[in-house]
Design a protein around this ligand. Structure first.
Ligand SMILES: [Zn+2]
Length: 210
């Protein structure tokens, strides 16, 4: 079970080092894409983003970065940011402390970033303490449910539109299972909020200064 929109009390209950939204009063949205890069998909996301002059943050899986260098470079070429999402997409709570940290560092040997998102949002307090020495740990405000086989592409779009506010961090996935839904929902989401005067930015250092 998961929340499309993470309730305030849950966010508060979690460790203070986790970032769930950006506290701003400007019309800015922070799109994130987890699990890529994936050939034949990540590049389509990039071209949709470019059509709307939108930037996003991609939490890449190290193994995919290693295997798909070209796609990884494309993400950066268009002014997007990348974050660490472990090398093998590990579940923190089911992985020993040492193995989890070394898997993150294995990715860090491939590319530098100050951003980290734990796969499945599963991470222990001890892991948080260690990871936060080197990274800002980015959670989310809105999970679109694109990974959920019981969520249609229309519902995925509805989730994204209904729960997004100023400063929201939105999660989509660029992995093979989510392709149809993301390619359907993303352009409509961007169109909807562009018309309302929103812009789409990366989780860059200026944004995270709070
Ligand atoms: Zn993931």
């Amino acid at each position: 079970m998961y929340f499309v929109h993470t309730p305030y009390l849950i966010r508060k209950f979690y460790n203070k080092k986790l970032i769930w939204n950006i506290p701003i009063n400007e019309k800015k949205i922070f799109l994130t894409f987890d699990d890529g890069p994936v050939p034949g998909f990540t590049n389509e996301i990039l071209s949709i983003l470019n059509q709307f002059d939108a930037k996003a943050t991609f939490f890449c899986v190290g193994e995919n970065v290693k295997n798909h260098k070209k796609e990884f470079e494309e993400i950066l070429k268009y002014g997007n940011l990348v974050g660490n999402h472990t090398f093998n997409h590990l579940k923190g709570r089911q992985t020993s402390f040492e193995a989890y940290i070394s898997n993150i560092l294995k990715s860090r040997n491939l590319y530098e970033t100050k951003l980290f998102r734990p796969p499945y949002g599963r991470i222990t307090a001890k892991q948080i303490n260690e990871v936060s020495k080197k990274f800002k740990i980015i959670m989310w405000t809105v999970l679109t449910g694109d990974f959920d086989k019981n969520v249609s592409k229309e519902k995925c779009l509805k989730n994204a539109i209904n729960y997004t506010r100023k400063g929201s961090i939105i999660v989509f996935h660029d992995n093979k299972k989510t392709k149809d839904k993301v390619l359907f929902a993303l352009p409509k989401f961007l169109e909807y909020f562009s018309k309302k005067g929103y812009s789409f930015e990366t989780l860059n250092e200026n944004v995270l200064k709070f």
